[in-house]
Design a protein around this ligand. Structure first.
Ligand SMILES: Nc1ncnc2c1ncn2[C@@H]1O[C@H](COP(=O)(O)OP(=O)(O)O)[C@@H](O)[C@H]1O
Ligand SMILES: [Mg+2]
Length: 507
């Protein structure tokens, strides 16, 4: 790819990008959120027409009007969101996608089946062509997407953030498959924003920042620190350091909590834990194991069907969000834009949201605009929220600044317990570093923090104790100082902690 330019209204997503891929290599495309990685690959795959630039494949200039053209030229892409139809079998999904006016409608089922099985075995994908997709794990569905691309004759595979949805063990399995693919001569473009796995997986690494290539380097000739610097454009602290915790009295107690999902199925099946003043209790787990229901029940946004939530000695089970807040809970919601802020309201109004009707913001029933603006200006300065002014609508802030605003507001309430759900999702490295620092600072000042995150790295960096959630249960609690990423990874797939095995066996 030479000089690729792709503009969207108000953004240059790719500002003249050069990128090349060799046969038999794994080439990582590394960059922060918004760096332009997905756009570049969508251009390559024929989903976007570039505003300028050329694509050359095997020495020939190509121009793809659609993914169909790209596929015909031997490209395959596995998107961040899979495109499979759950009630259909693997084979049906693959044939469906394949169908085009140029191809016969009826294919010999058994020959399709045989070919899929052969491909699956050859590359160690472990996929049964007659399995129905809904019965497969996320990792298996991803391998179906890979199988689909191979079936269509892909020589070049593009994987967009493939590890975001996987457990550490599944990541290992995926990397093994990728190595097998390149051993057989395929070439792979591996998109990621995670430094460790990029270093472990790839031969070369191209770093994108603000739509431009910073550099292309050999993985063997670089390291995490250097990559982080390229990604962000300055020195970064990869792991904020922290002192040992000094936990005191329990402030949040969750007992035998049960609740249903939106579909009415049990999502929490008897969850119990406590969070003490001065500690960060992290909940680890693959997304969709009850974390969002737990968050909502504690915050008063979803009904518990059984069990108890106690905040600072007050039973807040099934209380309203306002009552839960009065009991001392602050909440950084996982769904920032739906629950965290009012997009059309100003930054100032957002910053005093829960406090606006009490003094000093309202006195004798009169709203004190000047006091609100002063408080907002103080918070914006203190929390480094980059905004043109405190009167700017909150919906105009970037993700990182919106999150800093929410953090500022929630901490300004002087909470006793902070529920932080996916507090850095979608943020760039520097905003993540900032949020992490503030959370540790608050812990040291005695706040009780419940951290819910699907980013294992974040859980390990921040937590003092870690509870692992699987299918609506806490399958184990570990001390973060002794935590081992493999053990936690295994627990994320449902294995109980060693030592609990005996009890399980007896039951
Ligand atoms: N379809 C689109 N319409 C408008 N803007 C887009 C579109 N796709 C991406 N962008 C913008 O282009 C930039 C690069 O985005 P993207 O390629 O998705 O980055 P990455 O994959 O590295 O996170 C971002 O500023 C993003 O908001
Ligand atoms: Mg992307």
């Amino acid at each position: 790819m030479r000089g690729i330019v792709k503009r969207f209204p108000g953004v240059v997503a790719n500002a003249g990008v050069d990128f090349d891929l060799l046969p038999g290599e794994i080439h990582a495309l590394l960059g922060e959120n918004g760096a332009g990685k997905t756009t570049l690959m969508n251009v390559l795959y024929g989903l976007y027409e570039p505003d300028a630039g050329e694509i050359w494949l095997y020495g020939k200039r190509v121009s793809f009007a659609s993914p169909r053209d790209a596929i015909a030229s031997g490209l395959g892409m596995v998107h961040q969101h899979f495109m499979l139809i759950p009630p259909f079998t693997v084979a049906e999904n693959i044939i469906l996608g394949q169908r085009s006016p140029r191809e016969p409608l009826l294919e010999d089922r058994s020959s399709v089946y045989e070919r899929l099985l052969a491909l699956s075995e050859r590359y160690g994908l472990a996929i049964q062509p007659d399995a129905e997709v809904w019965t497969l794990s996320v990792g298996e569905q991803q391998r179906v997407e890979i199988l689909k691309a191979l079936y269509r004759g892909a020589e070049v595979l593009i994987l967009d953030e493939p590890t975001a949805v996987l457990t550490p063990q599944e990541v290992e399995e995926l990397l093994a498959i990728l190595h097998r693919l390149v051993d057989e001569g395929k070439s792979i473009i591996f998109i990621s924003h995670k430094l460790d796995e990029v270093l472990a997986a790839s031969d070369r690494i191209t770093v994108l920042r603000d739509g431009k290539v910073v550099d292309t380097v050999d993985a063997s000739a670089t390291n995490k620190k250097a990559l982080a610097r390229m990604m962000v454009g300055r020195e970064v602290v990869l792991r904020v350091s922290k002192k040992p915790a000094n936990p005191r009295e329990p402030r949040l107690i969750v007992r035998e909590l049960r609740a249903n999902s939106d579909r009415g199925l049990p999502a929490l099946r008897g969850v119990s834990f406590e969070v003490r003043a001065g500690e960060i209790f992290g909940i680890a787990g693959v997304a969709g194991n009850g974390q969002s229901e737990l968050e909502e029940v504690i915050a008063g946004l979803r009904r518990a069907t059984a069990g108890q939530v106690i905040i600072c000695d007050k039973d807040t089970t099934n209380c309203s969000p306002r009552e839960v807040g009065q009991a001392g809970l602050a909440h950084i919601p996982s769904d920032r834009y739906r629950r965290g802020l009012l997009k059309d309201f100003s930054v100032a109004d957002n910053l005093v949201l829960q406090r606006v009707s009490s003094p000093p913001f309202t006195v004798h029933g009169v709203l004190r605009r000047d006091v609100i603006r002063q408080e907002a200006q103080r918070l914006v300065r203190e929390f480094d929220v980059r905004t043109p002014s405190v009167d700017t609508p909150a919906g105009k802030l970037s993700g990182g600044n919106a999150q800093k605003m929410i953090l500022a507001r929630e901490l300004a309430r002087n909470p006793r317990v902070l529920l932080a759900a996916q507090p850095t999702r979608g943020l760039d490295v520097s905003a993540i570093e900032y949020v992490h620092r503030r959370l540790i600072e608050q812990r040291d000042a005695g706040l009780a923090i419940l951290l819910i995150s699907t980013e294992l790295e974040e859980i390990l960096t921040l937590s003092d104790r870690i509870g692992v959630m699987y299918e609506g249960e806490i399958v184990g609690v570990v001390d973060a100082r002794e935590a081992n990423i493999n053990e936690i990874g295994l627990m994320m797939t449902g294995s109980k902690r060693q030592g609990d095995d005996v009890k399980e066996g007896a039951a």
